[in-house]
Ligand binder design. Sequence first.
Ligand SMILES: Nc1ncnc2c1ncn2[C@@H]1O[C@H](COP(=O)(O)OP(=O)(O)OP(=O)(O)O)[C@@H](O)[C@H]1O
Length: 518
Amino acid sequence: MNAPAASILVVDDEPDLRTLYELTLLREGYRVETASSVQEARDQLKAHRFDAVITDMRLPDGFGMELLQDLRDQQRRERCVVMTAYGSAENAVEALRAGAFDYLTKPVDLKQFRSVVASAIQGTGGVPPPRAARSSGSNRPANAPAGNEFGGANAALDRLVGESDAIRNVKQRVAKVSRGMAPVLIHGESGTGKELVAQALHASSQRADGPLVAVNCGAIPENLLEAEFFGARKGSYTGASQDRDGYFQAARGGTLFLDEIGDLPLAMQSKLLRAIQERSVRPLGSTQEETVDVRIVSATHRDLAADVQAGRFRQDLYYRLNVIEIVIPPLRERREDLPALCAALLTRIANESGMPVPQLTDQVLNAIAAHPLTGNVRELENLLHRAVALSDGDELQVDAPSGAADALMTRPASPSLATEGSAATASSSAGAHASSPADTGQSPQPLASGCTVPLPSDLQAWLDQQEREILIRALKESGFNRTATAARLGISLRQIRYRIARLNIAVPNDQDPHDDLG
Ligand SMILES: Nc1ncnc2c1ncn2[C@@H]1O[C@H](COP(=O)(O)OP(=O)(O)OP(=O)(O)O)[C@@H](O)[C@H]1O
């Protein structure tokens, strides 16, 4: 039995245009009703359910936005596409922010019209005609739930670990805005999970079966940007031996994730803006425009508003990309997520290396929490990778943060500062009192008075040098016996080996009988 074709309500007060849209849609195989005013549209919506509503913005008795508002207030399933006058970017952005699925600019390009309608009815339950389904670039049957390829929308959201209010908000926002075409700008420091959020947006959208193309805008040489983004025809530049698609073409029917968007040079920003506005691109060396149906998600760690002020980023592009903003706060502002994140990351790391999941004890958690983790979840992930690599059996060995190393270097005589537990003293510097685990994650304590260490211009090199000198001294004093040196400094054998290797210390043949263990 064939499912009924998708049904669409077209609202426009100009009879000629209404007829044009109606005929176009009927020819595509949809069922179509029309209305010429807000009131007529309301009557139609009272009497029928549709899959999509396409409405002009200006109507004789009100605005298309009112219909959009009605649909939202009544929690109706119809997706709404708003038609706005050419050049009124504000209206389009306002409509998207208010929950419109997408917008079209007048005079409407019929090819674009068909493609936008096709993507609006995807996943609504209404069946798109075969031709429209093809042009949308998706292989998924119209009524299949979104998110199949990535294990479902929920699975994608579950990968975003954290129970803090901040992460909860992020997840709610992803769930709310994923179904629609509104561009999303994700803002967060490096390593906070921007790419993960982009993946969740894609997987929760009706485009989940289409491609997700991720581009690091800062990593592409400037002279290749245009060809990489828009494609190139054979012979259009030296080395272009055949036609090739760009990111826009590759992302057709899916999502284009533009990471580090703030790194895009100004000239390319203009070209990108044009592609987004026109929904079409012209490959290098081609005379033909190609329509592209992609959703744009971008990300940045920069303050783009400040970049706009400073003239480094185009205001109109910022406005276009930032229709919906998702902010991911740094890890230091959501320390309560640490236990869940550590557990999830450890499970992932252990599974990847085919080993049992190590135990996450309070002591280990405290040692991890002692790190300021300015590199956010990525740094946490690296720390756990190292902890697993250095672990003695089930026991995770968490590196002391460099602040603690500082304490270790300047007070080698105090064994209590060099024990495993000293990781919790991360935030205290030389001479400062060891803080309790509850102090973790706070800003570094000031140096105790009387400490006259000159400020190094390269902290890491300085710390390494101190560590090196201490290790060499302790090794010499124990006759280059690594086990004894490790015991003397209160660290494990594995850790001392790791440090000796890291600092490239040449140790004469060690006759330590334990040394070849592990
Ligand atoms: N909430 C989270 N739950 C689970 N894993 C996370 C979370 N946030 C980040 N990660 C993991 O941390 C690592 C870094 O995340 P991601 O690459 O998404 O960050 P990013 O903000 O895009 O970084 P950058 O700006 O440096 O590109 C990834 O391995 C990711 O899976």
